[in-house]
Write a protein that binds this ligand. Structure first.
Ligand code: URA
Length: 428
């Protein structure tokens, strides 16, 4: 057997744009995880990947190495299919809070390992934890227990699941190497492989409030994700969905939970409900199930699952949400139609109020957020409040109002309606 090459040779090869064989990719990931490859060496290799990309076999090998760097969830035999969805994140994206219990109410099992807020896009775990008592940091055995008892869980990946991704992600975050398409794809899919799901839907958001503002890049990510997942025998498909304006009307942790609860009770904003139902139907198709998601929302079955999941994760759904108070409004400068409601600016305003993390260890403020009283296309009168700024009593709304300065535009005529689901990438 040939002797293993030194890490510096592997880094130099990638810098020159050469492809590494799977065993050398594994050598890098394993060596890094066991401190035989330094932070500087791994960061150099990641930066070389940002410039040179990865071949399909390299991408597959990297994902295998990360997915198998720890243990896998052992869900055991379940009477229904295991399904999940992953969103690349957007402003006001509370789909998981509705979709996860909805799929459980339809007979599927959903072990969703989710994330915390990243920049201006909120994190599902932070949202759920605004319910008094809810804990998302569960051990693998607790995750399995909740899934088996309730049918669903929304939790952080426990330290034993894909630990290589956890370390690599932190390194990428501090070396400007997050926004590489193959690194994003391997990071996402490795966690889903460790989760052990059979069917998976990717929601790739595109627009000013998304990780990917460019539609072509979003399409490429969608295709890469589905192709990669199929290599692990996961039935998957992807939707490229609009993120130019926030999803629903609420942005911010407690405000979004409140809106998710409304949607779980059969009401809620039209766009949120439309996307939840589109994703539910796609997951039913992938898993070969026949059921009626709107009946499960209207009849209360999805809400019951949500309540059971909250209880199983230590929460008390009877306690009031820690909502803040309205600090200020942003009013329409003239009469007309709302032609722009910029998700990026609204996400930034909510973040400035405290809805996201400034440092990974910092806690989010569940009371902070923005309510969009009007959405794109709606008629508005001069002076009519369009946005509400929410926070703690006495909090200064000025930093948020500054971020919102150019967030809204009012035109003479309604803008062309834009579809929510821009593209569907078929399952492999
Ligand atoms: N989400 C992930 O899990 N990983 C990435 O690299 C980016 C978004």
């Amino acid at each position: 057997m040939a002797a293993a090459r030194a890490a510096v040779e592997l880094i130099a090869d990638k810098r020159q744009g050469r492809s590494l064989p799977p065993e050398e990719i594994h050598q890098l990931v394993d060596g890094y995880l066991h401190d035989q490859i330094s932070e500087a060496q791994m960061a150099s290799w990641l930066m070389a990947v940002c410039w040179r990309g990865l071949s399909q076999p390299e991408l597959q090998a990297l994902t295998v190495s990360m997915a198998t760097s720890g243990s896998r969830l052992r869900l055991g035999r379940l009477p229904g299919p295991t399904v999940d969805k992953h969103s690349t994140g957007g402003v006001g994206d509370k789909v998981s809070l509705v979709l996860v219990p909805l799929m459980a109410a339809l007979g599927c099992y959903v072990p969703q390992l989710s994330g915390r807020a990243l920049g201006a896009t909120g994190g599902t775990l932070d949202k759920l934890e605004s319910i008094p008592g809810v804990c998302c940091d569960l051990s693998s055995s607790e995750i399995v227990r909740v899934v088996r008892e309730v049918g669903c869980v929304i939790a952080a990946a426990s330290p034993d699941l894909a630990p290589a991704d956890r370390r690599l992600y932190a390194l990428r975050d501090s070396t400007a190497t997050v926004s590489s398409l193959p690194l994003i794809a391997s990071s996402i899919v490795s966690k889903k492989v460790a989760e052990g799901v059979q069917c998976l839907l990717f929601d790739v958001k595109v627009g000013s409030g998304a990780l990917m503002p460019d539609p072509d890049e979003a399409r490429r990510l969608a295709a890469t994700l589905t192709q990669l997942a199929s290599g692990f025998q996961i039935r998957s498909s992807a939707m490229v969905t609009a993120m130019n304006q926030p999803l629903g009307r609420a942005v911010g942790n407690s405000l979004e939970v409140k809106e998710a609860l409304d949607t779980l009770s059969g009401s809620g904003p039209h766009d949120l409900r439309e996307l939840v139902l589109a994703e539910a139907n796609e997951l039913l198709r992938l898993s070969g199930q026949k059921a009626d998601p709107s009946a499960a929302l209207e009849g209360g079955a999805a809400r019951e699952r949500f309540t059971a999941m909250v209880r199983a994760q230590g929460g008390d759904p009877s306690l009031p949400l820690p909502l803040g108070v309205r600090l200020a409004t942003l009013d329409a400068p003239r009469m007309g139609f709302l032609s722009r409601l910029d998700a990026g600016a609204i996400g930034l305003a909510a973040w400035r109020l405290g809805s996201g993390h400034r440092a990974p260890s910092e806690r989010v403020d569940p009371a902070a957020g923005i309510i969009c009283l009007s959405k794109e296309g709606e008629a508005v009168e001069r002076g009519q409040p369009l946005l509400e700024v929410w926070g703690r009593p006495g909090q200064d709304p000025q930093p948020a109002l500054l971020a919102l300065q150019h967030a809204v535009r009012v035109g003479n005529s309604p803008p062309q309606p834009r579809p929510l689901v821009l593209e569907q990438v078929a399952s492999a």
